[in-house]
Design a binder for this molecule. Structure first.
Ligand code: XIL
Length: 331
């Protein structure tokens, strides 16, 4: 492949991608990631359930594979994620509540400490609020109340003072009840001196319903002194099957999807403090959507055969030429 990425090395805004550690065995996948992206995040490899088969065991094999790719290719890394209610090892829920804070502290110190100086941004706390803005009753909340959030940030900062520490959630791209609750929470954390440096909006969307107030929303967090990022963008659409049982999408949806990606990239780029726009999967063939949202799929900028969709140009702009060359180089 004779492709040069046209990333601007000094532009703080990076297009990134969630990387599936298992897919790195596929040489085409392994080569495409650094050609298209300047930042990666492990899709699953740094989640609690991946790292912690038991209380006494840390398994860093998959996480290390993602770090090796990043370091071999000079890609920035967003670590994902430390305190979350999902993909949490079952043994945590079985512990007496009084022991959970110790487990979380040990987890954060060990994981963040292992990669200290090598991970630019960490999603320290993921999805801590419900859609109405109330605290989600996670195993961590049940053990320590809302203070687990501040504790998690402090522990992460102790383990790596150079990492930029994010709070992250879905349905917070626009102004609204849930993002308002984050705005209040972040202000309180800052007032208490908690080392929080970033607000992440995941960006899982449905085609035809793009954010409308994303720039204003992200800018108000930036005005508090935070970085902001779009951390997990995908835009899903209905997927049917034709008479030959082949998966098919509506051509108009592909155009709407491109338009929605354009809207989101433009809004993110319009916020100078926005440091990343991360696609949650390389292609429609590397996607969590079909198994999670029945009847939906085709959420990504490359299709299942790694061919660029209209959304590819929307995200990569002048880098679209790279896709043509990628296509020519596919086996
Ligand atoms: C998803 C992964 O993409 C799937 O492979 C996994 O089975 C479930 O989690 N919000 C998040 C991400 O913060 O970690 C989730 O990733 C998608 C929703």
């Amino acid at each position: 492949m004779s492709i040069e990425t046209t990333g601007h090395d000094h532009d703080p805004f990076r297009i990134g991608c969630a990387v599936d550690a298992d897919a790195l065995d596929d040489p085409v996948y392994r080569q495409l990631i650094p050609r298209l992206f300047r930042l990666i995040t492990p899709e699953n490899a740094m989640k609690f359930v991946s790292l912690r088969p038991s209380r006494d065991v840390f398994d860093f094999a998959a996480a290390d594979r993602v770090m090796e790719l990043a370091e071999a290719e000079g890609l920035a890394v967003r670590g994902h994620t430390l305190a979350w209610h999902s993909q949490l090892s079952e043994w945590v829920g079985e512990l007496p509540a009084g022991e959970r804070a110790d487990v979380l502290r040990d987890h954060i110190h060990t994981v963040v400490g292992r990669y200290s100086g090598r991970i630019e941004q960490w999603d320290v706390v993921n999805e801590p609020l419900d859609d109405d803005g109330a605290p989600r009753r996670t195993p961590w909340f049940e053990a320590s109340g809302i203070d687990y959030i501040a504790d998690a940030f402090r522990w992460a900062h102790e383990a790596d003072p150079s990492a930029r520490l994010f709070i992250n959630d879905y349905n917070v791209e626009d102004l609204g009840e849930k993002s308002d609750a984050y705005y209040v929470l972040v202000q309180r954390l800052l007032a208490e001196g908690v080392p929080i440096h970033g607000f992440g909006a995941q960006g899982h969307r449905i085609v035809g319903d793009p954010p409308t107030t994303m720039r204003e929303n992200l800018q108000r967090f930036a005005d508090l002194g935070l970085q902001v990022a779009l951390t997990e963008v995908d835009i899903r659409m209905p997927v049917g099957v034709d008479e030959a049982s082949v998966a098919c999408v509506n051509a108009a949806d592909l155009e709407r999807q491109a338009s929605d990606y354009t809207t989101m990239v433009a809004a993110a780029r319009a916020v100078p403090e926005c440091t990343a726009f991360v696609l949650w999967g390389l292609s429609d063939g590397h996607s969590w959507i079909p198994e999670t949202f029945a009847g939906f799929g085709a959420a990504h900028v490359l299709d299942g055969r790694l061919q660029p969709k209209p959304a590819f140009d929307a995200v990569f702009g002048e880098q679209a030429q790279a896709a043509v060359e990628v296509e020519a180089a596919l086996p």
